[in-house]
Design a protein. Structure first.
Length: 138
């Protein structure tokens, strides 16, 4: 299949496929007349990448999972270990989100005449610390 055909089947842009190839998520494509040619397994690999990203895995973590050979039983163990490591992070994020949601819901009901009089700002510790963009990606 051409890169365009794979992109259409996977719902990805050709540039994303080239990038995944460049960083080692996809093996280098075979070439025919100078053009990339992919096998049907590439669409499955792209689905794994998409699912991993939606689950909050980094591209590095996904690459580690994809490095397994088809008969590599240790790959399932690596997936399990990754899930065990990531799950507390997700739980913490959910707790943080619930605190922020509660505060925002209280803010929608606020009828204070000014921010100076609003009790929502009396205790900054009521809300979690701001996450830096780098921490949010871990």
């Amino acid at each position: 299949m051409t890169i365009g055909a794979v992109a259409a089947l996977a719902g990805k842009r050709p540039s994303a496929i080239r990038y995944y190839e460049q960083i080692g998520l996809l093996p280098p494509a075979a070439r025919a007349s100078g053009r990339r040619v992919y096998g049907p397994d590439t669409v499955r690999t792209l689905a794994i990448i998409e699912t991993g990203q939606r689950a909050g895995l980094t591209l590095h973590e996904i690459r580690d999972l994809l490095s397994a050979t088809p008969d590599d039983q240790a790959a399932i163990e690596r997936l399990h270990e990754l899930a065990v490591r990531k799950l507390p992070q997700v739980k913490e994020l959910l707790e943080r989100t619930e605190i922020v949601r509660d505060w925002l819901e209280a803010a929608t009901r606020c009828e204070c005449p000014s921010l100076a009089d609003c009790p929502l700002f009396d205790d900054p510790a009521r809300l979690p610390q701001v996450l830096s963009p780098l921490m949010a990606r871990q």
